[in-house]
Design a protein around this ligand. Structure first.
Ligand SMILES: [Zn+2]
Length: 193
């Protein structure tokens, strides 16, 4: 049975926000909130239900009951070298200490495959490699494609103009460079006419 995307997303959301040993606020049957401690990463029970595991509770518990507090996540675009593979970038949502990330988007192809993975290799480095895993029980996988560029939360050093700039969507160059390239293209088109 194919898990509902919502449940898969919920597992990823819990794990991106909270690690093992972290305190989480969980809504109880009577509506009260209790502070529990994560015993293991959230997982998809039976392949269809998002659950959490806490020290204070003997069995698993619905992840729908987790109240998200915690700091905001950091979004990072990682661009890979071109080895002819079907994806050139991952958008990764990291917990601010970069210990744990979730692939939230991959492109231009294979989003369905890669967005099931967690990133466990820490803060991405240019020239480095990502280590990813589907769950703590699964084998980890080191991607062979070298990281060529990293853009954190829409800001970063542009590989073309070498300036600190803002990036839209998953453009590889900063907005200024993209705008300039576009203008030049238009000029060339006008010239050809
Ligand atoms: Zn630029």
């Amino acid at each position: 049975m194919q898990p509902k995307k919502k449940q898969t997303d919920l597992v990823a959301k819990v794990n991106a926000a909270y690690g093992v040993g972290d305190k989480i606020l969980v809504k109880q049957d009577d509506g009260s909130l209790q502070e529990w401690t994560m015993k293991a990463p959230a997982s998809l029970l039976g392949g269809h239900t998002a659950v959490i595991w806490a020290n204070e509770h003997s069995s698993c518990y619905s992840a729908e009951r987790v109240k998200f507090t915690g700091p905001d996540r950091v979004e990072v675009f990682v661009h890979f070298e071109d080895n002819g593979q079907d994806f050139s970038y991952f958008k990764i949502s990291f917990y601010p200490d970069f210990k744990f990330g979730t692939v939230v988007e991959a492109g231009p192809f294979q989003n369905e495959i890669w967005s099931q993975y967690f990133v466990i290799s820490g803060k991405p480095k240019k020239g480095g490699h990502l280590v990813i895993s589907k769950s703590p029980d699964d084998e980890s996988l080191k991607l062979k494609h070298t990281i060529e560029n990293i853009i954190v939360s829409g800001k970063g050093k542009c590989p073309k103009c070498k300036k600190l700039g803002t990036f839209s969507e998953h453009n590889e160059h900063c907005d200024d460079c993209v705008a300039e390239a576009f203008e030049n293209e238009q000029k060339e088109l006008d010239h050809d006419e």
